[in-house]
Design a protein around this ligand. Sequence first.
Ligand code: NDP
Length: 495
Amino acid sequence: MSELKKHRMLIGGQWIEPASGKWFESVNPFTAAAWALIPRGAKADVDRAVAAAYAAFYDDAWRKLTATARGALLSRLADLITAEAGKLAEIETTDNGKLIAEMRGQLNYIPQWFRYYGGLADKIEGRVLPIDKPGIFNFTREEPLGVVAAITPWNSPLLLATWKLAPALAAGNTVVWKPSEFSSVSALAFGELFERAGFPPGVVNIVTGFGAEVGEPLITHRDVAKIAFTGGDKTGEHVYQLAARGLKRVTLELGGKSANIVFDDADIEQAVKGVVSGIFAATGQTCIAGSRALIHRPILDKFVEQLLALAKTARMGDPLDMGTQVGPITTRSQYEKVLDYIRIAKEEGAVCRLGGAPAQRPECGPGWFVEPTIFTGVKPDMRIAQEEVFGPVLSIIPFDTEDEAVRIANGTVYGLAAGVWTTSIRRALTMSERLEAGTIWVNTYRAVSYMSPFGGYKRSGIGRESGIDAIREYLQTKSVWIDIAGNAPNPFIMR
Ligand code: NDP
C-alpha cells in the first residue's frame, strides 16, 4: 500500500490533500489489485472547491476574458489532450479496464469537443427585439449560470466529463468536477492539462471521493447553480430530488435498455456486426448498449446462428493489449450484478445460448471477466428485458410486425437509443419517428459526435449534451429594457 501513488485533488489551482486525511484504493480490474490511492474528499473539500469556483466566476481573470480568448483556452486544451492522448488512454485502461484500442480512439476524439465548443464561445449571441412599446430598446443577453457541478460515472470517464466541461466553460461558467470513485486517476491527470492550457485557478476544480460524501454536499451547496450528471437512473432520481430542493438546473444523462431492431429486409451480415458491437463493445458497460436485439421472425434462426458464430470469436484478455476485444467488468460489485442478472434470466426461463458464466480463460487472469452472453426465448416483460444490466448480456426477442417491434422497443421505462436495420427507406423513416428514444441509428450503431445532440427520452434523462443546443444548458437569458424616448411614464400604471 505504501508503494501506491497518493494522489491529490485540484482546488483553486492548488493540488491538495483531503481535509479528512484519508485516501482509498483504486483497483485495476484486470489484475484485481490496487494501483493508486485516491483522496477521500468530503464536505469540507467541497466547500473549498465551490468557494474557489465561485470566486473564480467573479474574478476578472475569467470574467473579463473575451469570449474569443475563452475559446482559445479551450483550443489550447484540445492540443494538450492530443499530445497526452496515449498517456491518458493508458491511465484510463489501467483504472477502469476499458480497452486500450477504444481509449486511444476516444482520447483522439475528445479534443474535438473542446475545439467545437471553443469555436462556439464567441458565437453566443443575444437578440434585439422589435419590441411593441414606442421609445424602448429591448435586447437579450445570454449569460453563464455560475458554478456548475459535473458528476460523472466510471464507464467513459473522460468523454462524459468532456461533454459537460466543454460547453460549461465555453459559456463562461466555472466547474467543480466529481469523477466516479472508480475512475479518478484519469480525471486528476486531465486536471493538470487545464492548468497547463492557462485556465485561471479555480475555474476547474476536482474533488474525488464517494457519491454520498462529495456528490451530495456538492449538489446541495448554495453556490452551485447547476448539476450536470451522468450515471444510473436511480442515482439520477436522487440527484434530481436533491437539486429540486435548491431549485437548481439539471442535466441528467441516465441509463438505457436500447433495442437493436433487425428487419427481414436488412443486410444480415452488417446487422450481425451491428448487434455484436451494440452489446459487446466496452464489455456492454455503456448506457447506449443495444441490450435487446429484436429480430424479425422470418430471419430469426439464421440471424441467431450467425450472431453466435461471430460472438464466439471475441478475444478476451488484457485490456492493454491492442488485440483484446472484450475486457473485464470495471468493478467487483458490477461483476456480481451482471452474474446476478444472468442467474435471474435463467430462472425466468430465458435460454442461455452463449456464455452465461465468469470467464475461466487463462488470458483473463484474476480479473472480473464475464463471458459474452446471449439469451434467446426472452419475453419482453422479463426482468432481463426491462432492467439495465450494464454488462455483456444480450436478450433476443422475436417480433412479427412493425407495430409489434415498436411496442416492444418502446415498452421499457428507458428511451436512450435504438437501432434499426433495414434496406427500406420507408421503414427507416417511420421507425425513426415511432421509436421513443433520444438517438436513432439506422444501419449503424454507437455513432456519436460533438455536433449531434445526445440524451434520453423518459427515464433515460433530461436535457441534451453535444451539439449547438447543449451550450444553452449552461446559459440563462437576460432581457434588458432601455428607455430611449426620455418621457417618464405614469408611475402608477405598468407599461
Ligand atoms: P452511478 O449512478 O452509481 O454514479 C454516477 C456518479 O454519481 C458517480 O460519480 C457516483 O459517485 C455519483 N453518485 C453516486 N451516488 C450519489 C449521490 N447520492 N449523490 C451524488 N452523486 C452520487 O453510476 P455508475 O458510476 O455506476 O455508472 C453507470 C451508470 O451510468 C449506468 O447506469 C449507465 O447507464 C449510466 N450512464 C449513462 C450515460 C448517458 O449518457 N446516458 C453514459 C454512461 C453511463 P461514486 O460512484 O464515486 O460513489
